[in-house]
Design a protein around this ligand. Sequence first.
Ligand SMILES: *Cc1c(COP(=O)(O)O)cnc(C)c1O
Length: 483
Amino acid sequence: MSQVVSLHPWKRPQHLDSANNQLLIDGVNAIDLVERYGSPLFVYSAAKLRDNARDILNNFRRVHGRTRVCFASKACANLAVLKLFKDCGLDLEVNSGGEFYKAQLAGFAPAQMVFNGVAKQVGELREVIGAGIKAINVDSLSELARILAVAGELGRQARVSLRIIPEIQGGAAAGWQTGTSTSKFGMTAAEQVEAIELILAQPGALKLVGVHAHIGTQITDIGVYQAEANFLIDYVRQVAERLPYPLEHVNLGGGFPKNYSSAEENFASVAPHYCANYRTEIDFARLAEHLIKPMAQALGEQIELIVEPGRSMVSDGAILLSRIEAHKERQGRPVFYLDAGYSVLFDLYNGWYFHMLNASRADDHDTRHCRMAGPLCDSSDTYYDIEGEGAVADLIAEEPRLAEHRAVLERVLVHQPNLRELPAATAMGDVIALLDVGAYALEMMSQYCGRQSAAAVLVDLRQGSRLIRRRGEYRDLLAHDLD
Ligand SMILES: *Cc1c(COP(=O)(O)O)cnc(C)c1O
């Protein structure tokens, strides 16, 4: 049988397709959406979000019935998205009083929420303990002392879980690793011994309900999850021996990966070193097998297993539509300027890769290599890494022998592909679609350079499409200023 290589590998059955050479999202024409709601525009797919929720719940509960999926709301705390996930049967992870507030407005009960954070404030602790939150994941001894004081003041028992440091490297880059003592998160083994002693000495005010670990984001190595499971199994057994009551749950955190492109061919023009971070074979079925199953087998049916997926629930649930507002030729190549830069898509600033296609010419072949940039008055607002490219050039100028290691230097220092492939006819006014932008986007927008935040629409075949975030306006720029 011959392998058929699709010319348009970004197409995803029932979700991303084309008609009349224009992009369709769940059957809705992307260009029509931009004409109706303006650009830049986030388009969330209710069907895709529901699919993701169903997929993780089915796979995880199939191997362990007492699994609770607490969506990490910092990945997307839009009210409509939170409500949709609540209706799908998800629980919630929050990491601030603000997220706790939004979650309650979306209809989540405190008893279905867990609270994370490294610097929880007294006011936040009062709110969550007063409301009877399911668990506070304690990050330090200083925090535990605060919780004890607040619980005493309110005359309530606080339900706490300890964030441990499993000393496991995970996450696509150093800044995205959260499971080692070089990161800022969690408590050392010695600190935990002290924490458990304090908890047991204060049974009226504190109850140890669980242990918690979270080791990074976009972890594409299944071995990392196996190591995490092994570590937690040992650790939970040790803790259980010291407790006069059974531990209610083990929280495995999030960090589950998603593909940032639908197929390998999408990376044809992209330096190969991106593929490792942005392509993964790990899906919820494999995680069920390698993470949930060993935990359940070792710890038994009674234990509740909590996971806190953020990115993997929403990243492929949205695309960003952005118009080309300007065009130049440089070094014999076109440079196109979009109306969305890092003030709309903050992860661009971190060098994150998002696949692009021309929504106005969706069926054209991508034959033209282009430089792509955002609109901000900042040289790093580009869909290529000018600083990384400059650093490699500087190093080689400084030490010419490094030229033979150019590929290694680029792998470490350059965080974006230098060129994007788009149709030859790409022109002013075309709408470019950036895929897989659903995570860490809406909440990270800023008004830098006096720009207005983008609107978001939810395409929902069941309940009808609607705006779920209004576009920023000039008057929003004044919302916080006092003169
Ligand atoms: C951010 C975060 C998550 C979610 O991480 P993803 O990589 O988006 O899945 C889960 N748990 C904690 C404690 C977090 O800080």
